[in-house]
Design a protein around this ligand. Structure first.
Ligand code: SF4
Length: 422
């Protein structure tokens, strides 16, 4: 493969940028055992014809070549070389080191966390930024055993939802980010492109968040608020107990629809709390292959399905997210199998609140960092289409999404199925 890349770079790569673009395609192909490159022979045969041509004249031929490379990727490149799940990774989520802002000394919040994590080493710091924001941190190393940073948020209690994210038809879509980073380690996680630190930053002044959301709801109608956005809040429930407190908040504020996105199988909230009609638990479900190989440290798909069934039985609102579904090519049968597996294991599926379907997409800037921080994630190197600075699988992604939607419609009516905007 290296020889082929070298040859194509020699013939077509008239600038560094062109050579880099070709290298990026081959970076993706290199994750597969055997790629069918027969469609490239015509491009190699042009060597003599192209020799001595100006860059301007080569450019259309270069675009033809990159279109062919995209076609090879979109058709599927066969079997992936590796099983990327690293079994040696710790499944323990206890934090051995906890940094806390000195202003939190003596507060009930800090004492409560100390009781939950009695064996951790506690280190006082002037401000969270001196640990979380420092440059040149080793993100991957920190992810293996992250530290916890406790802080007080002064402002920015909520943000407007990004256009790349599912809003489920709500115009007033907001999210809170009271924990930044996640104890799970999904290869495709956009957070890897967002923060330089792999440690978890948790803001403990939840009451200030509640006040800010109350104010927001005074000014805006039908607010849709996602509270487990840059993290998985339910997975941290045993330490922070935040989901339960948001459930209480939701019961008192019916004017806001609260969403808890999760891959957790933690059932304590469903056991100990009463459901609220305006709190939706959005469970991420994907293929056994995806959950087993790309979503490190997360509960298995079957464990999540067990939690889904229990939540439904207890009357909680449950959303299923086939999003993102990481498949490299359009294969209707494969997509139907992914959807059927979940629905066949959820006997009360008629009580599912709704479903979202989508493929992998990421902002251009985050993709750059993801390629650096997670170069072992094959999909990071996919030859994406770019629209509005969002990288997506383009027409292939649309076809996959359509097939997902069609497969779900065997079980639920169309009005319960949400597609992404990319
Ligand atoms: S569960 Fe979500 S937030 Fe956590 S690592 Fe996976 S994708 Fe990222």
């Amino acid at each position: 493969m290296e020889n082929l890349l070298g040859k194509l770079q020699e013939i077509y790569g008239r600038t560094f940028a062109m050579q880099e673009e070709l290298r990026q395609y081959f970076e993706y192909f290199d994750f597969f055992e055997e790629v069918d490159f027969s469609g490239l022979s015509v491009f190699l045969e042009r060597e003599e014809e192209i020799k001595g041509m100006s860059k301007k004249n080569v450019l259309p031929l270069f675009h033809e070549l990159t279109s062919e490379l995209k076609r090879i990727a979109a058709n599927g490149c066969g079997k992936l070389k590796m099983c990327s799940l690293d079994e040696s990774e710790s499944k323990e989520h206890a934090f051995s080191k906890v940094y806390y802002e000195e202003a939190l000394e003596g507060t009930e919040e800090l004492e409560r966390i100390k009781r939950k994590l009695p064996n951790a080493e506690y280190i006082s710091i002037p401000h969270y930024k001196v640990v979380f924001n420092i440059k040149d941190q080793n993100y991957r190393e920190q992810k293996k055993s992250p530290d916890l940073i406790l802080a007080k948020q002064e402002d920015n209690f909520y943000y407007k939802g990004s256009i790349a994210c599912q809003s489920h038809g709500h115009d007033n879509f907001y999210y809170t980010s009271l924990v930044k980073n996640c104890i799970y380690d999904c290869e495709y996680c956009y957070l890897q492109g967002m923060y330089s630190s792999g440690n978890l930053l948790c803001f403990v002044n939840l009451e200030d968040y509640f006040k800010a959301i109350e104010k927001l709801c005074e000014n805006e109608k039908d607010v849709f608020l996602s509270i487990s956005y840059d993290t998985d809040l339910l997975a941290l429930e045993n330490i922070f107990g935040y989901t339960k407190r948001w459930l209480e908040f939701g019961k008192k504020h019916k004017d806001v629809l609260i969403e808890v996105r999760t891959k957790s199988a933690n059932m304590s909230v469903f056991k100990e709390c009463e459901p609220s009609e305006n709190v939706v638990f959005s469970f991420s479900v994907a293929s056994l292959e995806q959950t087993g190989k790309m979503e490190h440290k997360t509960p298995s798909l079957d464990a999540r399905i067990k939690a889904i069934n229990y939540a439904l039985e207890r009357g909680f609102k449950v959303r299923l997210c086939f999003d993102p579904i990481i498949v490299t090519k359009y294969d209707k049968k494969e997509i139907e199998e992914i959807v059927d597996y979940v629905f066949e294991h959820v006997p009360n599926y008629r009580n599912i609140y709704d479903v979202s379907v989508g493929t992998f997409r990421i902002s251009k800037d985050f993709l750059k960092t993801l390629r650096k921080n997670r170069s072992d994630f094959f999909m990071a190197h996919y030859p994406f289409d770019f629209d509005n600075n969002i990288a997506s699988q383009g027409a292939t992604g649309d076809a996959i999404e359509e097939a997902l939607s069609e497969a779900v419609s065997k079980y639920l009516t169309e009005d319960k199925i949400y597609k992404t905007r990319y």
